[in-house]
Design a protein around this ligand. Structure first.
Ligand code: NAD
Length: 330
């Protein structure tokens, strides 16, 4: 099977590429490297079933040869990123999604959209089932991301109904693990980075707001289960393990053995108060449920961040030869 992964150099995209290669598929990763990095793919470069091409999917998506699966994951995803790139976020969710859908239509491939729990906004229903329409402020700062994803869902359905494309929509809830950028502003990498540096761990508001956090390995298994099925979705994929931000910060301080203290800072506008997936559909349709204990997942992630502090973030960039090889997609 040949898969195209847009956003393949990102956190989730790189894990997807890795898992697809491991199971024997051929993979073409497309990414403009706006929030991702070739470092995330360094271990796959040179593999004979893997290719990377640097391209902005809002410009065009063109692929030679057969394609069986299109996984559309290109989009800034952390609030810091999409607030810095608001128009790019809207464009990749709209024009980029049309281009990725066009590829699936042309190649008669299955298409899977990476949507998000953010389509539920600041939810008035808890936990959130797929049938809930959400509570989103289109003109708030998060609107660029939330509405781009809501638009992308509508575009995906339109291609299914109008052009008969075999589409699926996964609504991803907060996921963490190795390869998150330590400074991407999302709570877990932020807390880990601060705790490892012995800095104050900054919690927004009074920290009573909750998130439900999923380890990346579990998420990838759920995504591929949906990709391999014929279900249209949307299907929630996430771990219902719900925790307050205050408790999460304190847990990370404990697991890192840090002497950091918690510091409370202003809460971002429209920050959701609660967030928990109803995963009944994923269980019933896909037989999927998360397997990795959160403490174990946090320990693995902390271990990776520790290694990076010692190695990657201080390491020189890829050699010019390796970079040329990657950018040529060879
Ligand atoms: N990580 C999560 O918890 C989470 C939750 C919900 C949804 N998602 C979705 O999953 C996808 C991946 O998120 P992530 O956490 O890996 O973020 P990420 O920022 O690490 O990855 C996104 C990738 O898309 C690339 N990209 C952005 N715009 C592009 C464009 N126009 N053309 C080509 N490439 C482009 C970036 O360079 C990056 O490599 C996103 O669509 C995001 O909305 C993630």
């Amino acid at each position: 099977m040949r898969a195209v992964v847009t956003g393949g150099a990102g956190f989730l995209g790189s894990h997807l590429c890795e898992r697809l290669i491991a199971r024997g598929d051929e993979v073409l990763a497309l990414d403009n490297l706006s929030t991702g990095s070739v470092d995330n793919l360094a271990h796959l470069i040179g593999h004979d079933r893997f290719r990377f091409v640097r391209v902005d999917v809002t410009d065009y998506v063109h692929v030679v040869g057969d394609v069986d699966l299109v996984l559309h994951f290109a989009s800034p995803a952390s609030p810091i990123d999409y607030l810095a790139l608001p128009i790019q976020t809207l464009k990749v969710g709209s024009i980029g999604t049309f281009h990725a859908l066009g590829l699936a239509k042309e190649k008669k491939a299955r298409f899977l959209l990476a949507s998000t729990s953010e389509v539920y906004g600041d939810p008035e229903v808890h936990p959130q089932p797929e049938s809930y329409w959400g509570h989103v402020n289109p003109v708030g700062p998060r609107g660029v991301y939330d509405e781009a994803k809501r638009f992308a869902e509508a575009a995906t359905l339109a291609y299914r109904q109008t052009h008969g494309v075999d589409t699926g929509i996964v609504r991803i809830f907060n996921t963490f693990g190795p390869r998150m950028r330590p400074n991407d502003g999302r709570a877990i990498p932020n807390f880990i980075r601060q705790a490892l540096a012995g800095e104050p761990v900054t919690v927004a508001g009074d920290g009573t707001q909750t998130r439900s956090i999923c380890y990346v390995d579990d998420l990838v298994t759920g995504i591929l289960a949906l990709a391999d099925s014929e279900h249209a979705g949307p299907v929630n994929v996430g771990n219902p393990h719900e925790i307050s931000m205050d408790a999460l910060a304190r847990w990370i301080i404990e697991l890192t053995g840090s002497s950091s203290r918690v510091e409370y800072i202003a809460r971002p506008v429209d920050d959701p108060t609660v967030r928990q997936p109803d995963t009944t559909l994923a269980r019933e349709l896909l037989g999927w449920s998360p397997q990795v204990e959160i403490e174990d997942a946090l320990r693995r992630t902390i271990a990776w961040f520790r290694e990076q502090r010692d190695a990657r973030f201080d390491a020189p960039p890829l050699s010019p030869d390796a970079t040329a090889h990657i950018l040529a997609g060879s």
